[in-house]
Write a protein that binds this ligand. Structure first.
Ligand code: NAD
Length: 537
């Protein structure tokens, strides 16, 4: 018979520990008498104490360290706190603070979290992955750290991203923490500063590339399918060519998706659906300009193109409504440097600068995904505002320090007429005595619900149609009141309700397309809601 833990084994186990909230009866039952102060308090009082500690700290990075230490002590308190205070705490556990946490990962490292694979593990991944203590893994987020947010190659420091994303899967969609597995594929780094840092904890060699890299990933994916056959793999923050190559290799074979490409796209499409409720444009009439033509931008263009085609427009016409500009200028047919994901959008046009493109193409919507600060210049935003009554401007690059422009600039340069969203949260802006509440255009609105929906019905694949369904579900959650405040996304504090709706839309789509392995429940929403982890005690 399994021994029931008692005493310090309970207090030092974050899954069992309730700290000062253990009741008198529990203290007797688990041999905790004398090991805790006499006062027994509720979980809500504990949250009050935790918040006091958080507010006392001077820097967000200190708050980040404190929060993850709490996760290591009392997992249920950590999640109850995050669910109840997601608005305040998401910028700490996720962007922008997670960017700084990744940059300083080796310097703030306390206890290991997640799973690490290195080139030396080739041929042994099954053995080492069997070391993972949980056996019913459903949600995996894996990165190789080469394109962390807009911060570049952070090597093994990038582990902060899978950890943060999975915390959001649990907080936002109720995926049980035991079912979540963050993975760092540590194949080296070309970041010399990291390699020279004596505290750096990753593999200090050049990045593995080519066939050896692909074989390592193939071994990982195959092992996951053996050990955790119900798991969904989310590829995260890979360099664009690898991101596309992995997605194209596995999307038809394995339950997987790439959040930068697909999740971001679904969030943006939902934002567009909401924005046109303000501007009054017809979706099928829209012209959209992207600054940046990496995985995020072309992923958005691909999904928007599918949505345009669903309105009856043919693919060529749809592509002509979606123009992209990268660091070399407009994506045009005469360019010889275009990779596949950009070539679909090459226009029959001469080369032009960004602002010239705005004046010539007259976009309704401008979307930034460059990873480069200040690339939405005053001249460009003013040009947008001359062309459109309500220019829609999304500055999506993360973290905030890499945003294409600030909310303040967007409102000022358009005389308060912009419909604006940014990748990381923006403060409310007071412009000429009008208060604007810009929305946060972040894929965090989408991926938790997509994950929950897919694993709830044990979908065999994640399809583009599921992301279209997720977009529509997210857009439906935006109220007239949100739009009146200048926000084109629903309040984040409703993230669990949003994720549930998205999960239903995704699972529904899987059932309709016969790619769900579980029988369809009579009441889908109720069945999915019952799966959601509740950390209350
Ligand atoms: P990427 O490196 O693949 O693409 C960057 C693109 O920007 C490239 O096409 C590059 O040519 C272009 N670019 C760089 N400097 C430019 C300049 N000065 N002018 C015009 N174009 C320029 O990166 P990615 O994966 O596409 O991600 C880009 C950014 O999007 C990152 O900062 C990332 O944080 C952000 N992002 C945000 C979300 C979100 O939910 N808000 C999701 C995914 C990615």
């Amino acid at each position: 018979m399994e021994k029931i833990p008692t005493g310090f084994d309970v207090l030092h186990n974050p899954k069992l520990n309730k700290g000062s909230a253990f009741t008198e009866a529990e203290r007797n039952q688990y041999g905790l008498k004398g090991l805790l102060p006499a006062g027994s308090v509720s979980q809500q009082i504990q949250i009050q104490r935790v918040l006091e500690n958080i507010h006392r700290k001077a820097y967000d990075i200190e708050r980040y360290i404190f929060l993850f230490a709490l996760q290591g002590r009392n997992e249920r308190l950590f999640y109850r706190l995050l669910i109840d205070h997601i608005d305040e705490l998401m910028p700490i556990i996720y962007t922008p603070t997670v960017g700084q946490a990744c940059q300083q990962f080796a310097h703030i490292f306390r206890e290991p979290r997640g799973f690490y694979i290195t080139p030396d593990d080739r041929g042994h991944i099954h053995d080492i992955l069997s070391n993972w203590p949980e056996k019913d893994v459903r949600m995996i987020v894996i990165t190789d750290g080469q394109r962390i947010l807009g911060l570049g190659d952070l090597g093994a420091n990038g582990m902060g991203i899978p950890i943060g994303k999975l915390v959001l899967y649990t907080t936002g969609a109720g995926i049980h923490p035991d079912q979540c597995l963050p993975v760092m594929l540590d194949v080296g780094t070309s970041n010399q500063t990291l390699r020279d840092d004596p505290l750096y904890l990753g593999v200090k060699q050049d990045r593995l590339t080519g066939a050896a890299y692909n074989e390592l990933i193939e071994e990982f994916v195959t092992t996951v399918q053996n050990l955790f056959p119900k798991a969904l793999i989310q590829f995260e923050d890979f360099l664009t060519p690898n991101a596309y190559s992995l997605l194209n290799t596995y999307r038809k074979r394995v339950l997987c998706f790439n959040d930068d490409i697909q999740g971001t796209a679904a969030m943006v499409l939902a934002g567009i659906y909401s924005a046109i409720r303000i501007t009054g444009e017809r979706f099928s009439d829209l012209r959209i300009l992207f600054l940046g033509a990496g995985s995020a931008a072309t992923g958005m263009a691909d999904l928007i193109k599918s949505a345009l085609c669903n309105t009856g427009i043919n693919t060529d016409d749809a592509s002509q409504r979606l123009w992209l500009v990268d660091h070399k200028g407009l994506i045009v047919k005469s360019r010889t440097d275009l990779s596949d994901h950009k070539r679909h959008y090459a226009q029959e046009h001469g080369e032009m600068s960004f602002t010239e493109t705005i004046r010539s193409f007259k976009p309704h919507i401008l979307i930034g995904a460059t990873g480069v600060k200040d690339t939405f210049t005053e001249e460009a935003i003013r040009a947008m505002s001359e062309i459109q009554k309500h220019p829609v401007i999304f500055a999506l690059s993360n973290p905030s320090s890499h945003s294409e422009c600030t909310a303040q600039q967007a409102y000022e340069w358009t005389d308060g007429r912009a419909i604006f969203a940014s990748g990381s949260p923006s403060e409310a802006v007071n412009y000429k005595n009008q208060i604007f509440h810009p929305g946060q255009g972040n894929n965090a609105y989408v991926f938790p619900g997509v994950g929950l929906g897919a694993i709830s019905c044990e979908a065999s694949l994640i399809t583009d149609e599921m992301f279209l369904a997720a977009s529509a579900a997210l857009a439906e959650m935006v109220t007239r009141e949100d739009l009146n405040k200048g926000t084109i996304f629903p309040p984040l504090k409703n993230i669990r309700g949003i994720s549930l709706k998205i999960a239903c839309a995704v699972a529904n789509n899987a059932y309709e397309n016969n790619i769900a392995k579980t029988p369809r429940p009579e009441n889908l929403e109720q069945a999915i809601r019952e799966l959601m982890y509740d950390p209350t005690y």
